[in-house]
Design a binder for this molecule. Structure first.
Ligand SMILES: *[C@@H]1O[C@H](CO)[C@@H](O)[C@H](O)[C@H]1NC(C)=O
Ligand SMILES: *[C@@H]1O[C@H](CO)[C@@H](O)[C@H](O)[C@H]1NC(C)=O
Length: 246
């Protein structure tokens, strides 16, 4: 009898959260994403991935995501964000500086887009690189920005969002004062805010006729649509909070 009651209670406690529907179910939450698959070479994050591999951070970030209770948030500059930084800027860094720079693109906690509004009220957000490596988050209707000393990056969309790992595409490489005492040479004007992921021409060539491109284009379109959803939601939240603040 006691056993039956216990079983019933267990069954109820299981079914109640599920009845809430549409929330990610256990298998989705438990699934481990691999950074190398998220930033896979057919996406426009090859440069970022290469630096993460070079500095042995892939495993570090995955451990932070799946072996701590905090999770992780990554800001992934698209390839063309790296292209806007003069090659000498990154090639001139020592190994530990490059590693700090990559860790500067991570927060040691999972943040959903809707939580950036809260982050924007923190005056300095400490990154995975620690100490002096802080960013400021701003949340205006129209754009969530991550600001470093020498570059303000705009979040262009969600590359991966299932907790405890979040990866957001940004349009600039973040450049902290802790590494760069003076402004490094960076191209001022980027083609504005067009997510690299949905711009097939972003790779530089006129590769419009190879068979792979159509699939790439369609996937990009899907991602862009998904991106828009979460974006609109985040913007609505930002807007609501702005109104509430008045
Ligand atoms: C962040 O904002 C504070 C003021 O609130 C400012 O002193 C600091 O320089 C800013 N940091 C960056 C990286 O923009
Ligand atoms: C792409 O094609 C245009 C004309 O169609 C040409 O002017 C341009 O130079 C090409 N760009 C590359 C990178 O091949």
């Amino acid at each position: 009898m006691e056993l039956a009651v216990a079983l019933l209670a267990a069954a109820l406690s299981l079914t109640v959260p599920l009845a809430g529907a549409h929330r990610p179910l256990a298998d989705e939450v438990g699934a481990r994403a691999h950074l190398t698959e998220i930033l896979t070479p057919d996406r426009p994050f090859q440069t970022f991935l290469r630096y993460l591999q070079q500095t042995n951070l892939v495993e570090v970030f995955e451990k932070q995501a799946y072996r701590t209770h905090h999770g992780i948030t990554l800001f992934a500059p698209a390839d063309r964000a790296f292209a806007a930084v003069h090659p000498s800027v990154l090639s001139g860094l020592k190994k530990h500086q490059l590693k700090n720079l990559m860790m500067y693109h991570a927060l040691a906690k999972h943040y959903a887009l809707k939580e950036f509004d809260g982050l924007s009220r923190v005056s300095q957000v400490t990154t995975f690189a620690g100490g002096m490596y802080t960013v400021n988050v701003t949340c205006d209707p129209g754009a969530i920005r991550v600001q470093s000393r020498w570059a303000a990056a705009k979040i262009l969309g969600t590359v991966y969002g299932v907790a405890p790992m979040a990866v957001y595409e940004i349009d600039r490489v973040l450049l902290p004062e802790a590494i760069f005492r003076v402004q490094p040479p960076v191209e001022a004007a980027l083609p504005d805010a067009e997510p690299a992921a949905s711009a097939p021409g972003a790779k530089g060539g006129n590769a419009t006729t190879t068979p792979g491109d159509k699939a790439e284009g369609e996937r990009s379109a899907c991602r862009a649509a998904g991106r828009l959803d979460s974006y609109v939601a985040a913007m609505a939240l930002c807007a609501a909070s702005l109104v509430a603040a008045l």
